[in-house]
Design a protein around this ligand. Structure first.
Ligand code: SAH
Ligand code: SF4
Ligand code: F3S
Length: 464
C-alpha cells in the first residue's frame, strides 16, 4: 500500500517560485521555531531547505529575523498555549519591524477553526498553512513578499506524499528520515490522526535512496520516523524488511520511532538480535498499566501482551534499553488502576519514561468521557510516578558504570568547551572530556559515574 506521490510538476513549480524569490535578492533572514515531536523537527528541516533556496539566510535569533515561522504542536493543551503565547509575543517585535513576515504552520493549524480564528484575530500574521500543504512554502512566500498577500491555506485532505524536496538538516551526525506520515489508530485521547491525517507510507526505494545519500554525506546515525512505524505500508513484514535493507546500507547506527505495542511482530523483535547496525534501544509507549484503561484508550493490547513483548525483546537482546510514554489521569482512571501503571513501571524497569497528565483534546472520543478525578489529585499521581521512574533511571544509569561504551559524539557541552557529549548504543547520554574534533566520531568511553539523567566517562580510544 504505497501512497500516491504529489505530481513532480507541482514540486517543480515550487523550485521555480524559490528561484524567482532568490533572483529578487531580498537579503531576508529567517528563523523557524519548532515545537512538538520529531515529525515537526523533520518538517522544519524541509522548510529550511526551501527557504535557503529562496535565497534567505537562517538566523538563530528571532529578533534578528525578517521572517519568523512557528511550527506548532497541539498534542496537549499546554503545547497549544505555548504556541499562541509565542505568536502573540511577536506582535510586539513587529511594532519595531513592520515588514517582518510572521508565518504559523504545523499541527495546530489543522485543528478546526484555528486558522480562521488566527486570521480574524491577529492581523499581524502574514501566512498560515497546515501539515498537508507545507511543501508549497516557496509559492506562499512569493505571494506574501511579491504580491503582498496574506496567505491562509490549510488543506483537509489527507494528501499524498511529496518527494524530491530540498532539505537543510539541523544535525549532520544524526538524521531523521520519514518513512510514513499520519496515523490510523485513533487512540481515544489523541489528536494526531485528526491533524496529521490517514497513514501514508513512502516508497521503500525513496527511503533507501535518502538513507544512502545520508551515508554518503557522512551521517553516522539515522532514525526512521513514523507515528507507528510497524504499520509501514499497511503492516505485516514490510517494516522489518525496510529495516533489513536500511541496515545493509551500512550507516553505523540505525534507530526508529515510534512503535505501537499492538503490532510489534516477532520478525521485528528478531531484528534486534540480527541486524548489525540496529541500536539496542526501543521507545515502546505503554500509556497505562491497566487493561480496562488500555481498552478505553483503544490501544488494542493488554498489559500481559505488552509484558510478553518486553520479555521477548530482552530474550533476543538482553542489553536493550526501553523507554516509554505514560498518560496519568485518563478520564475515569481510578487510583487502583493508576497503581497498575506504577507496578508495570516496576516490572519493566524503563531507562526513561515521558509522563503526561491527560489533556482533553477537542474532537477526540475521550474528551466526552466523564473525568471525575481532580487535577490536584492527578498531579500527586504523576509526581509519584516520576519519583518511581527516577529510581529506575538511576539504577539503569548506575548499571553502566565501569563498562566501556561506544559513544557517537554529537556536540560540545554548553557548560564547558572542554567537554563533549554523545550517546551510547542504548541511548544514554555521556559527557566526557574531549574537544570539538571528536564530533561525529564514534569513540570508546569508559563510564565512570552518573548525573541525573546522564552518564560521565573518560575517553579511552578515538577509534571505537
Ligand atoms: N505516535 C506516537 C506518539 C504520539 S504523541 C505513539 O503512538 O506512541 C506522544 C505522546 O503524547 C503519546 O505517546 C502520549 O503519551 C501523549 N499524549 C497524546 N495525546 C495526549 C493527551 N491528550 N493528553 C496527554 N498526553 C497525550
Ligand atoms: Fe496518537 Fe495513538 Fe496514533 Fe500514537 S498511535 S499518534 S497515540 S492515535
Ligand atoms: Fe505535536 Fe503534531 Fe507531533 S501534534 S506531537 S507535533 S504530530
Amino acid at each position: 500500500m504505497i501512497s500516491t506521490k504529489v505530481p513532480q510538476e507541482e514540486i517543480q513549480a515550487q523550485y521555480e517560485c524559490a528561484q524567482k524569490l532568490s533572483a529578487l535578492r531580498t537579503n531576508k533572514k529567517y528563523h523557524i521555531v519548532t515545537m512538538g515531536c520529531q515529525m515537526n523537527v523533520r518538517d522544519s528541516e524541509t522548510m529550511s531547505g526551501w527557504l535557503d533556496l529562496c535565497g534567505f539566510k537562517k538566523t538563530d535569533s528571532r529578533e534578528d529575523a525578517d521572517i519568523v515561522i512557528y511550527n506548532t504542536c497541539c498534542v496537549r493543551e499546554n503545547a497549544e498555549n505555548k504556541a499562541l503565547g509565542n505568536v502573540i509575543w511577536l506582535k510586539e517585535l513587529k511594532r519595531f519591524k513592520q515588514d517582518m513576515i510572521i508565518g504559523v504552520c504545523g499541527c495546530m493549524m489543522q485543528e478546526e477553526g484555528v486558522a480562521e480564528s488566527l486570521k480574524a484575530r491577529y492581523p499581524f500574521i502574514n501566512l498560515v498553512f497546515g501539515t498537508h500543504n507545507a511543501y508549497k512554502l516557496p509559492e506562499y512566500m512569493l505571494r506574501v513578499i511579491y504580491d503582498h498577500e496574506r496567505v491562509f491555506e490549510v488543506w483537509n485532505s489527507d494528501g499524498s506524499v511529496p518527494e524530491g524536496m530540498p532539505t537543510t538538516r539541523n544535525n549532520s551526525i544524526s538524521s531523521f528520515v520519514n518513512i510514513m506520515y499520519g496515523c490510523n489508530n485513533f487512540c481515544t485521547y489523541c489528536i494526531v490522526p485528526y491533524v496529521r491525517g490517514r497513514e501514508r507510507s513512502r516508497d521503500m526505494e525513496d527511503v533507501l535512496k535518502e538513507c544512502t545519500a545520508l551515508k554518503d554525506a557522512g551521517v553516522n546515525e539515522v532514525t526512521l520516523l513514523g507515528q507507528n512505524v510497524n504499520s509501514y505500508m499497511g503492516g505485516g513484514s514490510a517494516f522489518a524488511e525496510l529495516l533489513k535493507r536500511v541496515d545493509e546500507i551500512g550507516i553505523e547506527r540505525v534507530r526508529f520511532m515510534t512503535s505501537h505495542p499492538k503490532d510489534i511482530t516477532d520478525e521485528l523483535i528478531n531484528c534486534f538480535g540480527s541486524l548489525k547496525h540496529l541500536m539496542p534501544a526501543l521507545h515502546l509507549p505503554v500509556q497505562a498499566g491497566d487493561d480496562e484503561v488500555l481498552r478505553r484508550m483503544n490501544r488494542h493490547y493488554s498489559r500481559e501482551k505488552y509484558l510478553d513483548t518486553v520479555k521477548k525483546l530482552r530474550d533476543v537482546c538482553p542489553e536493550i534499553g526501553l523507554t516509554t510514554d505514560i498518560i496519568v489521569g485518563f478520564p475515569g482512571e481510578t487510583r487502583e488502576q493508576f497503581e497498575k501503571t506504577l507496578s508495570l513501571v516496576d516490572e519493566v524497569k524503563y531507562d526513561a519514561a515521558y509522563t503526561f497528565i491527560y489533556s482533553p483534546r477537542k474532537g477526540t472520543l475521550a474528551a466526552s468521557y466523564e473525568d471525575p478525578v481532580s487535577m490536584e489529585e492527578k498531579t500527586k499521581w504523576i509526581e509519584e510516578l516520576i519519583v518511581l521512574q527516577q529510581m529506575h533511571t538511576n539504577a539503569a544509569l548506575a548499571a553502566q558504570v565501569g563498562k566501556t561504551q561506544k559513544v557517537l559524539v554529537e556536540a560540545v557541552s554548553t557548560r564547558s568547551d572542554k567537554t563533549v557529549g554523545g550517546k551510547t548504543p542504548r541511548g544514554h547520554m555521556v559527557n566526557f572530556e574531549g574537544d570539538s574534533a571528536l564530533i561525529g566520531k564514534i569513540v570508546s568511553v569508559e563510564i565512570t559515574g552518573t548525573g541525573k539523567n546522564t552518564l560521565r566517562g573518560t575517553l579511552i580510544r578515538e577509534q571505537a
